[in-house]
Design a protein around this ligand. Structure first.
Ligand SMILES: [Fe+2]
Length: 471
């Protein structure tokens, strides 16, 4: 969901300029920050409840398909300005260049545009990009200071610059007010034309830059799968470091990102560990049971489109690859409505060379948590009907691979959570089990013209555990 507001000026190759008005705030960020005592009580209650069991989410607001967000960026104008969000749900910073000490605001920018560079920013959460589809790549960051970020974008044939607006977000859970982030939140859909396949982005007053290639315009190369990164920060860090070294443009996380998604310090630690990966890759997280009660935080931090009920059910077209990600905690997968959404997504992705389905709890597993039987009854028939190439989940903290009716079902939950053992394979499902191992790990997918080569890496030893192909 987009819930920030900026403006920007686009400088075309011919020197003509236009100003892009704010992207619309969509989605709902709710309520007010509670008092200190109330916050502590709330944290205690939420944490106690979170540790009990998988739970239903309290946020089932209908959001529909937000794929039109980029169309909200339009309108004429002249100079770079910082606009106050329209809103009812945000508290904008009241920063402007005139408020800044002369030595801090004197730098007018290398392009001579006269745009003042805001004071240097430091970060609680270093910048990351989300939802890489043409014209809709979202920039996010959390700064310690109440200053905007000056972003410069350039591509073949154009460039633009814009300032984010530092805001304090507001959250609640089932009407109970939740603490907001310690710092100032920044979010903006980058105003890059939909036909632009790649561009450079620089956070001028933040010290970050990267080249962005949208997967819809290039052959797929590599993707990483991993998950269940909560609790053991050292193991999580080790996995994250190895994944960062893979330089994968795409990373999919199977859920349980933190010990408790309602605890803000957990998110701070998560971003401390994964910050470099989040900046260098496009990151697609699945909502796990440990994210429960922190739905507002999860949905503020991560963006998706083509949603059903909320941002945790989404599908995405990544060029050669389509992914359908499903939420298991606030969605009734026995309902005709949910299944119709799934079929509609699968139909829209029917021309993709590869189709993955992802979720947190596995259809097949021999470990601590039982298989997702409801999904087997209602969703698995659609997985087979639409020729899904790979089903990916986590939740049990190990690596398992099953093959069911020709489709691989991978459990990858070894990203840092306490490891579970593979229980003895018994009963009717035993025939589907290919291999299982209790280890910290991640899964690397290398895309060839007609094959995906899968490599499973033990992150404790940095050794290959197994390899197989998907054709
Ligand atoms: Fe889980």
């Amino acid at each position: 969901m987009a819930h920030s507001c900026t403006s920007s000026r686009t400088l075309h190759a011919d020197g003509m300029a236009e100003t892009l008005a704010p992207s619309a705030m969509a989605g709902a960020l709710r309520s007010r920050v509670v008092g200190r005592a109330g916050t502590l009580v709330l944290i205690a209650l939420v944490f106690a409840a979170m540790t009990s069991a998988c739970s239903q989410s309290g946020d089932e607001k209908g959001k529909g398909d937000d794929s039109s967000r980029a169309e909200d960026v339009a309108a004429p104008g002249a100079d770079v300005v910082t606009l106050v969000p329209d809103g009812t749900t945000l508290e904008p910073a009241d920063w402007n260049a005139g408020d800044v000490a002369p030595d801090a605001a004197a730098d007018s920018g290398a392009d001579g545009s006269g745009t003042p560079v805001p004071p240097p920013a430091t970060f609680y959460k270093t910048p990351w990009l989300q939802w890489p589809v043409p014209g809709q790549v979202t920039f996010l960051a959390e700064t310690k200071e109440e200053v905007p970020l000056l972003l410069k974008l350039s591509w073949n044939g154009g460039q633009t610059e814009l300032q984010t607006v530092p805001v304090k977000l507001k959250f609640d859970f089932m009407g109970i007010e939740m603490p907001t982030f310690a710092g100032w939140f920044h979010e903006v859909v980058l105003p890059v034309p939909v036909e632009v396949p790649d561009f450079d982005i620089e956070v001028v007053n933040g010290g970050f830059s990267r080249h962005v290639e949208l997967p819809q315009f290039i052959p797929l190369s590599r993707m990483i799968l991993f998950g269940d990164t909560r609790t053991d920060h050292a193991a999580h860090q080790a996995v994250a470091d190895l994944i960062l070294a893979e330089q994968s443009p795409l990373v999919l996380q199977t859920g349980d990102l933190t010990e408790g998604g309602s605890i803000l310090t957990n998110w701070d630690k998560f971003f401390e560990i994964e910050g470099p990966m989040l900046w260098s890759s496009f990151y697609f997280p699945t909502f796990g049971n440990h994210e429960a009660f922190g739905e507002g935080y999860f949905e503020a931090l991560f963006e998706s489109g083509n949603n059903h009920l909320h941002e945790r059910n989404w599908w995405v077209d990544l060029g050669d690859l389509g992914i359908i990600n499903i939420d298991q905690y606030a969605t009734n997968w026995a309902s005709a409505e949910a299944l119709a959404w799934f079929e509609d997504a699968a139909t829209k992705l029917a021309d993709k060379q590869w189709l993955f389905v992802t979720m947190h709890e596995p259809f097949y597993t021999f470990s601590n948590h039982l298989p997702w039987s409801l999904g087997r009854t209602h969703v698995q028939p659609l997985i087979e009907k639409y020729g899904v190439d790979l089903v990916v989940s986590g939740h049990n903290h190990l690596y398992e691979r099953f093959e069911v009716n020709g489709i691989p079902y991978v459990v990858t939950g070894g990203g840092g959570a306490p490891l579970y053992g593979p229980d003895e394979a018994t009963g009717g499902d035993a025939e589907y089990l290919v291999v299982a191992a209790s280890m910290h790990h991640y899964v690397r997918l290398d895309f060839g013209p007609n094959v995906i080569h899968v490599t499973v890496i033990n992150s404790d030893t940095n050794e290959v555990f197994e390899e197989f192909d998907i054709e």
